[in-house]
Design a binder for this molecule. Structure first.
Ligand code: 8X3
Length: 254
């Protein structure tokens, strides 16, 4: 795993869902992977399974982002091939009128500001060597609005525009900026976090949908984008299940 020719990746939000699936997939593609998340037990299990390296960190905390920068310097000799900014989430389903400011704050912290901090910290390592990729896991919520999704759609719009701005600013650098915007993906925790742990409401999100995307489908998109020849920049990949033609157009079986 110390082969200096192997590409290297940092995957955030790696303890579950799309993040964990991305770690597994990038390991299978031959990347050395540093998996980052808050839950050490999950990371330890993932390391045992995939041989990834791990760092327990809360990326909304600047000192933890410093620790990540140091870990990349130490473990990857400061040469990073890909940063997968996957950590994020939705909290609350209230209307804008009744939305909790604390929920909005948390959504902006985790989806926008943690992505900003992490990207700032690791850009020097991404510029090193062969050049690298900044990938942002946004959402179809980065392009539309829907009732009860105000804070999440606002944060995802912001994250997406940040990626677009970064791509403009990095023109001429050997760094690609890539965005994946998934629609309905059935993971263990996304809907549960959004409903504050209400399992029945979380299950209802996917009720009757024949085949929602699963985390591995999105990890597959990530791997494809990262492994294109370096002159190919897939700016944005929007991916939905066949049963979701648009945000409000979801085919459900009775
Ligand atoms: C998740 C997709 O439809 O809940 O990012 O906004 S949606």
């Amino acid at each position: 795993t110390r082969d200096p020719q192997s590409p290297t990746a940092v995957v955030t939000g790696a303890s579950s869902g799309i993040g964990a699936a991305t770690v597994r997939r990038l390991r299978a593609e031959g990347y050395r992977v540093l998996a980052v998340a808050r839950r050490t037990d999950r990371l330890t299990a993932l390391a045992g399974e995939t041989g990834c390296e791990t760092l327990t960190a809360d990326l909304t905390d600047p000192s933890d982002v410093d620790a990540l920068r140091a870990a990349v310097a130490e473990r990857f000799d400061g040469d990073l091939t890909a940063l997968v900014n996957n950590a994020g989430g939705a909290f609350g389903t209230e209307t804008v009128e009744h939305g909790k400011v604390e929920d909005w704050q948390r959504m902006f912290d985790v989806n926008v500001l943690a992505t900003l901090r992490t990207t700032q910290a690791l850009l020097p390592a991404l510029r090193a060597g062969r050049g690298g990729d900044v990938l942002v896991m946004s959402s179809t919520a980065a392009r539309i609005a829907y009732e009860g999704g105000g804070g999440y759609t606002a944060a995802k719009h912001a994250e997406s525009v940040m990626a677009e701005t970064l791509r403009l600013e990095l023109a001429g650098d050997p760094v690609r900026v890539l965005e994946v915007a998934p629609g309905m993906v059935k993971t263990d925790e996304f809907a549960l976090n959004r409903t504050g742990g209400d399992r029945a409401r979380a299950e209802a999100v996917y009720a009757g949908v024949r085949e929602p995307l699963v985390a591995e489908d999105v990890a597959d998109c990530v791997a494809w984008m990262l492994t294109r020849p370096r002159h190919v920049n897939v700016d944005l990949l929007v991916v939905r299940p066949l049963a979701q033609a648009a945000q409000h157009k979801v085919v459900r079986e009775q």
